[in-house]
Design a protein around this ligand. Structure first.
Ligand SMILES: NC(=O)c1ccc[n+]([C@@H]2O[C@H](COP(=O)([O-])OP(=O)(O)OC[C@H]3O[C@@H](n4cnc5c(N)ncnc54)[C@H](O)[C@@H]3O)[C@@H](O)[C@H]2O)c1
Length: 452
């Protein structure tokens, strides 16, 4: 054996040892993922990651090698994080062929939701122009009940209907008021009149209102029929179209009556955003900021970039990666999914008390501000301003009306409320709050701009 062969053999031995250690590390990561799933804990723990990294780098004696080692560790931790997310995700992963719903032409499948239960999962198609080739992605060769609202350009529902074997288009009045039991009944009656059978389907072509209502009607019609979601607002594309939460409001209580009923597929065509008014675009960005604040510091940094947050499809894909992973870990909202309620406890109260003057995302933006550490809030404020979202309430609002609405909040635990707090960007924790604390925080929402 010459010198070079001997040196190479030394490297081979070390690489072998590294491979063994890598496997050991990933096995430990799998154990951590299982523990997190059982205990409803978030995947990321940035403070702990930093600590591990610093401690390990300090062991390297050669100062020249230290930054290289730190970079290697960062990469390893990113891998480990991705691996844990994948495990929490029921091993579905993104773009899983098993979840593909379309034919060979159905490129690209950006995200795929699976619940870890074989056979349950659905594709999310995210592609410009996807609406015009919906028939190659969704099973429309049956009776299709298309629901839209009168604020959504009619050509979107028509484009979809034209690709169906037999379609009925049902148009509801725009706005939250349509998320009512009365409208739900009207929809169900129309579905029966259209002669739908268990093998037929509904398609929502609209924002969160159309999606929530259509999903619930599909859950109830003939004890449950297939439905597809074709979101047309940014809010629905980044959030509400995925996850199967469907509902109507009752007696002023938001989402009081609903069901978990997953769509068979979600088809997102970002071109449909071209007709969306700027205020509605900002409204959707609020939910994207919520996901970034709670789950992804890198995504939040994109909102801070003075050059803008980049292509909207990248933003949608980033949000849906978070949403699908969270929903897959906790479909029924008993644990980690509640992190996505960040900003919503106060937000729902504000939205109800504002009587239509605040859009859902605007109320969530205000509701997020008091629920994060002061350093986080200091970074959040300019982001909300840049995105055209409110940072204070500039009209008369009765806090007691907001409190009354919050009291109906589903997250209530007797006289205590479970709220979500962001101590550091990219992480979250549950905090309990009493009614008086919430009252104080609400005042914070109203005047938070001046407090900072
Ligand atoms: N199910 C969930 O997980 C979930 C999550 C978040 C929010 N939501 C619900 O979503 C609802 C809010 O959804 P939203 O913000 O999409 O509001 P929305 O559905 O009321 O749509 C907003 C407005 O935009 C119009 N519009 C829609 N698409 C358009 C387009 N492409 N071009 C022009 N105009 C268009 C609509 O006609 C409507 O007037 C709330 O009821 C909220 O509770 C549900």
């Amino acid at each position: 054996m010459n010198d070079l062969q001997r040196l190479r053999a030394g490297i081979d031995r070390i690489d072998g040892e590294l491979a063994r250690l890598f496997e050991e590390r990933m096995a430990a990561a799998a154990e951590i993922a299982a523990w997190k799933r059982e205990n409803g804990r978030p995947v990321r723990d940035p403070a702990r990651e930093r600590e591990v990294l610093d401690r390990a780098a300090a062991r390297i004696e050669d100062p020249a090698l230290r930054p290289r080692f730190a970079a290697l560790m960062e990469a390893l931790m990113a891998q480990s994080r991705e691996y844990q997310s994948g495990l929490l995700d029921g091993a579905a992963g993104i773009s899983s062929p098993a979840c593909r719903g379309g034919g060979p032409a159905s490129r690209p499948v950006e995200g795929c939701l699976s619940h870890g239960t074989p056979g349950i999962g659905y594709p999310i198609f995210l592609e410009r122009g996807a609406l015009s080739r919906a028939a190659s992605l969704l099973d429309l060769d049956r009776r299709v009940f298309v629901v839209t609202d009168d604020g959504v350009p009619a050509r979107y529902a028509e484009t979809l209907a034209a690709q169906c074997r037999a379609a009925t288009v049902f148009t509801i009045p725009r706005g939250e008021a349509s998320k009512s039991p009365k409208m739900l009944t009207a929809l169900l009656e129309a579905m029966l009149r259209a002669g739908l059978t268990r093998g037929d389907c509904a398609v929502a072509v609209g924002g969160g209102v159309v999606g929530d209502l259509t999903g619930l009607a599909a859950a109830l019609c003939l004890r449950g029929i297939d439905w597809y979601n074709v979101p047309t607002t940014l809010l629905a594309m980044v959030d509400s179209s995925v996850g199967g939460k469907t509902a109507v409001d009752l007696d002023g209580v938001k989402n009081a009556v609903g069901a978990f009923w997953q769509p068979r597929a979600v088809l997102i065509d970002p071109e449909l955003l071209e007709t969306l008014p700027p205020r509605q675009l900002s409204n959707g960005l609020a939910e994207a900021v919520k996901m970034a604040l709670t789950h992804d510091a890198g995504l939040f940094a994109r909102f801070e970039d003075p050059a803008g947050y980049g292509p909207v499809e990248d933003l949608i894909a980033a949000c849906l990666r978070i949403k699908t992973a969270v929903v897959a870990a906790d479909e029924r909202d008993h644990g980690v999914r509640q992190a996505l309620n960040f900003g919503h406890t106060l937000g729902h109260g504000l939205e109800a008390a504002a009587g239509g003057r605040l859009l859902h995302g605007e109320a969530v933006a205000l509701g997020m501000l008091p629920m994060c550490a002061s350093e986080v809030r200091a970074r959040l404020l300019p982001v909300l301003e840049r995105l055209g979202l409110p940072t204070s309430v500039n009209f008369d609002l009765d806090p007691e009306q907001a409190i009354a609405a919050i009291c109906h909040d589903k997250k209530r635990l007797d006289s205590r409320f479970v709220t979500v707090f962001v101590p550091e960007i990219g992480s979250w924790e549950f905090r309990e709050a009493g009614l008086n604390e919430l009252r104080g925080l609400l005042t914070g929402c109203e005047g938070v701009r001046h407090d900072c």
